[in-house]
Design a protein around this ligand. Sequence first.
Ligand SMILES: [Zn+2]
Length: 699
Amino acid sequence: MKQSIYLFLILGLISMSCSNKESNPFLVEWNTPFQTPPFDKIKTEHYVPAFKEGIKIHNKEIENIVKNPEAPTFKNTIEALDYSGKILTRVRRVYVGMNDAMTNEQFQKISKEISELRSSHEDDINLNAKLFERVKSVYDNKENFHLNKEQQMLLDRYYKQFVRGGANLNDADKETFRQLNKDISLLSIKFGENVQKDINNYELVIENKDDLDGLPQGVIDAAAVTAKEKGKEGKWVFTIQKSSMIPFLQYAKNRKLREQIYYAYTHKGDNNNEQDNKKILAQMASLRLKRANLLGYKTHADFVLDKEMAKESKNVYGLLDKVWPPALKIAKKEREEMQKIIYKEGNKFKLASWDWWYYAEKLKKQKYDLDEEQLRPYFKLENVIQGVFDLATNLFDMHFVERFDIPKYHPDVKTFEVKDKEGNHIAILYTDYFPRASKRGGAWMDAFTKQSKEDGKFIHPVIYNVGNFTKPTAHTPSLLSVDEVETLFHEFGHAIHGMLSNCTYESISGTETPRDFVEFPSQVMENWAMHPDVLKKYAKHFKTGEIIPKELIDKISNSSKWNQGFATVEYLAASYLDMAWHTLTDTTLQDSNKFETKTMNELGLIPEIVPRYRSTYFNHIFSGEYSSGYYSYIWSEVLDADAFAAFVESGNVYNKELASKYKKYILSSGGTDDAMTLYRKFRGKDPSIEPLLERRGLK
Ligand SMILES: [Zn+2]
């Protein structure tokens, strides 16, 4: 209770001291339902002043911790740190959400200033010698404080944060460190903006109906909607957003146009124009290495992995190297099968990277008599959402009620209250599922408020899921592809992880786990998405309401290993690329394309497959926070495949007993214990890699 009163007092002081601040919605109390962000009041001009004020207040709080005349204790130092910076956290969380989903030129302008403010504030804390002295004192004397496991984890987290943040450096090195952080964060923003610009600038405009040959009606309609939005009514426009491009690659007979759109996609940030990212990313790799060296690490990857489950590069390579050879072998087989189709159709050309989706689709039809478009009618967005909600109800007793009184930042957004079976409030969930120019590509989850407890008061989480799924057209609702359904379940898994969190400290609650663990609760949901017992419940025809026929379910199951060689190789190639950039030991600027080609050649990647992300648009590692971390998905997949195997082995994918164990040890525990320990508590054994190899058909 104390902390909230304190927060209220601060807010009171702010609003009394300056009338200008009174009108800044970040600096006054939120009287919205469940204290959700007042999006109806927040404007772009509010962010910078709110950041500045938030930093000022946070600095004051830190000063109070440092000046505390009492000897450092867990409570007056570590816990106090975790409870500090509330206003700053509040504005930061909304800012991060809007920067990804509602950006525009005006927003991009402030984002540079905010990035500098944030990075220098972080440095001010991490490089605050007196503060570190107190943290270190608690760390060195930890046995005196009788800490429980959660408190030990929090202490470790802060101690590491300081050491990794340069606290042990001498003054000159601290200055260098600070400058490196600043440079890296600015380059990273520029990188992301460049990718976004290239996505927004490209359009494939089709005027001649013949060029639409092969495309399903739904895809054509969607392209007509996009054309209309772009002021080109009567034509058809495809973009290099995946939801627009992939169906084009799958079905368009016009090979030249497939090549054109795929070229644009694979050359984002690599057009030698002002949006070019080659030099930017090479600089980032070099600066990251310098920073790692300064902290005593041999490479940036070693620096990053030190706090993950994998711990060292060799363990990452250990896993990648196990999966790569069988995956490449299968991919080559897939290539052969597709080449046969090309010859059989009387063509002489060799399969190219832009042909892969088109012929893979044909192969699927030939082998499994399955056409992706046959499935879409059963995956109306609203039905899929209902499906994932029902799954959460069945497994974890979560109940969803749409709310219409919570302010939204865009009309596409929906808001839900999540309750337990007794009707008690658990969380708020926002969903925002359609692409728009102001939104970055991909799909993600994050929080406007993270779960925590303060002096006995439970702070409920406010979570959001964002995606770029197929939009409705004039004739049809939003009908998802299988890939999109899996993505929706995936992000929803992250959301559940955030919503069911039951931890004390915000910094280690919910999804604040090692990064190579965090994809486990999300990926495991994908298993349920396509399981026959689950499909039967939610996959209903959007027109007739007919449940997906058994024949189609069988086809989905039979084809589950289709194209897995490609999917695995495409993903692993990007993981190797990430590791290659970040295990460099030489700070000389690399020629980005040469480096990439060399890395891929050494790996033996076949030219018909392009890494899932090429360097120049690898947002995860150059503009997001996944540097030396793209491997995390397969690392977590070992866990998710092994975990789901437990449900399957039990003969019931809705096994309540397993689900409640899973909820207790994985979903509610955040980062309050060692990740492997938590896993063992749930599973009763170490994870095995076999279920993963089996699932991908690599055995
Ligand atoms: Zn994820």
